[in-house]
Design a protein. Structure first.
Lengths: 113, 114
């Protein structure tokens, strides 16, 4: 079946620190992988995605590489800002599951000045 | 281009009651999905609609039902509410169902069952 395992939080970093949030997945076939971000009181927003192995998704300084050999899609950012404080969700969508996303449990990030 | 909008934003219901949540999809999107997000958890897929027909369902009982209208707006109905139904309900729309298609989420409806 399809599932996503995300590193547990919460994560607290100082401004300009390096961020890594680990995500591994189990899937039937070759899924697409996504990172969504949820700011307080809001819905989910797409941060980045990758649709095949070795693809790198990037947006707003965040990056993640689709690693088929390790079934991973770790999120990284070189220098976090206070405005990056949010909950981050790793998700996959399978080849034959319509519009169904499988989400991880989320990782809460707090960046302190 | 308008985004996905949901109403109401907050709702309090009593156990055993019925509730209807509404969603207006993003313009041009023909697929709408509903998710339940319990506190501190990731969203869980309830079901999706494509061209007014349900064509995918997660592990939720039949008392969770829905409708999609010709203008791509959608409703989620929950009967016989239970305390565990308290959650944030998210609506998401997509332009198609391909595996690369991203979903655009609304801000959610926070349902509290007392």
């Amino acid at each position: 079946g399809n599932s996503v395992t995300q590193m547990e939080g919460p994560v607290t970093l100082s401004e300009e620190a390096f961020l890594t949030i680990n995500c591994t997945y189990t899937a039937t076939g070759y899924p697409s992988l996504f990172w969504y971000v949820q700011y307080p009181g809001e819905g989910l927003q797409l941060l980045l995605k990758a649709t095949k192995a070795d693809d790198k998704g990037s947006n707003k300084g965040f990056e993640a590489t689709y690693r088929k050999e390790t079934t991973s899609f770790h999120l990284e950012k070189g220098s976090v800002q206070v405005s990056d404080s949010a909950v981050y969700f790793c998700a996959l969508k399978g080849a034959n599951t319509g519009n169904q996303f499988y989400f991880g449990t989320g990782t809460s990030l707090t960046v302190i000045p | 281009e308008t985004g996905v909008t949901q109403s109401p934003t907050h709702l309090i219901k009593t156990r055993g009651q019925q509730v209807t949540l509404r969603c207006s999809s993003q313009s041009g999107h023909n697929t709408v999905s509903w998710y339940q997000q319990a506190l501190g958890q990731g969203p869980q897929f309830i079901f999706q609609y494509y061209r007014e027909e349900e064509n995918g369902r997660g592990n939720f009982p039949p008392r969770f039902s829905g409708l999609q209208f010709p203008n791509y707006s959608s409703e989620l109905n929950v009967n016989a509410l239970e305390l565990d139904d308290s959650a944030l309900y998210l609506c998401a729309s997509s332009v198609d169902q391909g595996k690369a298609a991203e979903a655009f989420f609304g801000q959610g409806t926070r349902l509290t069952v007392v």
